[in-house]
Design a protein around this ligand. Sequence first.
Ligand code: NAD
Length: 456
Amino acid sequence: MQGLESANAGLAHDQFEIPKAAQPVPKWVPAMTMEGRTSPDGRDANPWKMARRQLSESVDRTSLPDELHARLAICKRELTVKFPARLGDGSVRSFTGFRVQRSISRGPAKGGLRYAPAVSIDEVRARAMWMSWKCALVGLPFGGAKGGVVCDPRTLTLSESERLNRRFATPLSPILGTEIDIPAPDLGTGPQAKAWFMDTLSMHLGHADPGLVTGKPISSGGPEGRAEATGGGIPYCTGWACERLNIPLGTTHVGVQGFANVGASTAKLVAAPGAVSVAVSDIDGGVSNCDQIDINALSDHVRHHGTVGGFPGARAIGTREILHLPCDLLFPAAVEAQITASNARDISSLVIIEGANGPTIPDADHILRERGITVVPDILCSNAGVIVSDSDWVEGSQRFLWSADQVRQQPRQVTSVGFAKMWDHSLEMRTTLREGALDMAIKRVADALAIRGPYP
Ligand code: NAD
């Protein structure tokens, strides 16, 4: 991979600022049931069905025994909590939250908490399953977990958010712990939320334990370099994929769906070697300019307006329209189930690099394969967050100090090995990259289950 490293030499070293969403009026959002969940084209897009189908297809390809398939297909522990939190107007609302620990066969459970209106038990189960594959694929010593709260974080004031986080941490505390299950940020949360979580859990313990959560601020024991490292795996994977496919990265046109932690950092980092962003969207809409969108200016715009919409000098587009616009590289970096059987035929990019978890449903994968569109899968290229979480957790639990450079380098080092193995395995087995990545990761978790055996 030496040549690949040089192709990406300038990718991840610039500091950048991540746009923050505006904080408007408080509003409570009712739970959305998974039964009612649909993809953008109106089709059923239950992420848990997607994840289990991916598992079944991998089991068929690799001929894993039925007994192991049955054990891999379930989640070890699931907790649903209803908890009250006081809003700014003095009223008390009840919220629904989840934590799912899918597997602990390779180490403590680990994974982010998502705050969004569409959070549901099935969506959390799916992300927990993908998380366990993600860790196994690159050899991180964690099982998979995920969680979330049904709410719209953009409508919460800072003090409402603090009360919600502390009240959510409390009922989860019996199943969390530095050696048991370690939460991290995900969509709709960030370092401040993790600081409140860590503080609440530490108060229950009676002493400060920075190993309880990852993604906390530097002042609470988080490692320097985390913010820019979180989206860092995606640009590396982009560079390596372009090199393998003989696409000159410096001349590519790029579309980015989702423009915050992961999407904004991706757009900035791929701009360093010369990729030009021509379309960007977020939950409220999108903008396109076939010449170029200035990503730094767009970040400033989002900081002031809370959305990419209304960015001067660009054409307004719909949130989903971005998926069909002509570009070389498409980065889905928002939510799952965006690329479906209905819109996969309209996608005109050469390569899709998945920053979000589960943005492509299995039916769409088959169409993209037929059409010769390469998909660099989420379980590899969106794993910088958990790689940095590993450094964060080691620093917190062992009082070990990394330098910012070590933290920034870690995603590149770990991901480069995983990328090369995934690519070569997929070529050898004649699978897509996702199939290759899943087969390697699932086999690793299956081996861990088999060698430990059932207790007693
Ligand atoms: P975020 O909350 O910081 O940003 C999400 C972005 O997506 C925002 O711009 C939002 O407006 C947009 N968005 C939300 N719903 C959308 C929709 N339905 N259509 C279009 N845009 C939508 O979240 P993030 O941390 O950047 O996470 C984005 C994705 O990356 C998620 O799938 C998450 O699970 C995954 N991920 C996050 C991390 C992490 O450490 N933050 C790590 C790995 C993967």
